[in-house]
Ligand binder design. Structure first.
Ligand SMILES: Cc1cc2nc3c(=O)[nH]c(=O)nc-3n(C[C@H](O)[C@H](O)[C@H](O)COP(=O)(O)O)c2cc1C
Length: 202
């Protein structure tokens, strides 16, 4: 990809939407040479419920999470700040939090930087790098909405996990692909998951 560092940072948190994370990582692993992945404890449990994949912090492998091995994927312990994404000196194309819980969104909006995920997100905002949050919650309360406004004002992209229906999805995979395609588009990364919308000529 032109102008790409070949590096990406990804976090998976405990909102519903594990299939988005799995599909996004399967695509990103082929596009980037280095993908740091952080997973919260709550995300591990939700992944188990939603995908049936048996993952735990001591059994978190590429094979277990994504069904195959990708050399580009590097798991990072979110409690370990001695990891490249904690520093602004580590150049990368951006950070994607997919799905992003309201809890994690609130911690980033408050600038807590109390684990590697919130610190890496904070670094993206201060370095003016892409920070793409994929929240999944409904309905949204005023605290959720205010946090998302704060994040958007600070430079983050709020990309809700809200698949569309105008491409006539036939399966859950089609719905997942729609959201993953939108994330890749924000990264200026190529994909062939969903065709570009063409208005039929009259
Ligand atoms: C099955 C399940 C589904 C959940 N879905 C959501 C959700 O869609 N959005 C959300 O913000 N939180 C959701 N939660 C709550 C979060 O997991 C919880 O707030 C947690 O503290 C988030 O932690 P984390 O941000 O460290 O991953 C869900 C929890 C469970 C158990």
């Amino acid at each position: 990809m032109p102008n790409s560092t070949g590096r990406l940072v990804v976090a998976i948190t405990g909102a519903s939407g594990a299939p988005y994370a799995v599909k996004f990582l399967q695509e990103a692993a082929k596009l980037y040479r280095e993908v740091y992945v952080m997973v919260t404890e709550q995300a591990l449990q939700v992944i188990g419920v939603e995908t049936g994949r048996g993952v735990s912090s001591d059994k978190l492998t590429c094979e277990a999470l994504l069904g195959e091995n990708f050399p580009s994927i590097k798991f990072a312990d979110r409690r370990n700040f001695f990891t490249p994404p904690a520093s602004g000196s580590y150049r990368h194309d951006g950070m994607v939090i997919v799905p992003c819980s309201m809890g994690t969104a609130s911690r980033i909006a408050a600038g807590t930087s109390d684990d590697l995920i919130t610190r890496a997100a904070d670094v993206c905002l201060k370095e003016r790098r892409r920070l793409i949050l994929v929240p999944r919650e409904t309905p949204l309360n005023l605290i959720h909405l205010r946090n998302m406004v704060t994040l958007a004002e600070a430079g983050a992209t709020i990309l809700p996990a809200a698949p569309a229906f105008y491409h006539n999805p036939k399966s859950i995979d089609d719905l997942v692909d729609f959201v993953v395609a939108r994330i890749l588009q924000q990264l200026d990364a190529p994909h062939s998951l969903v065709a570009e919308w063409q208005v039929a000529k009259q």
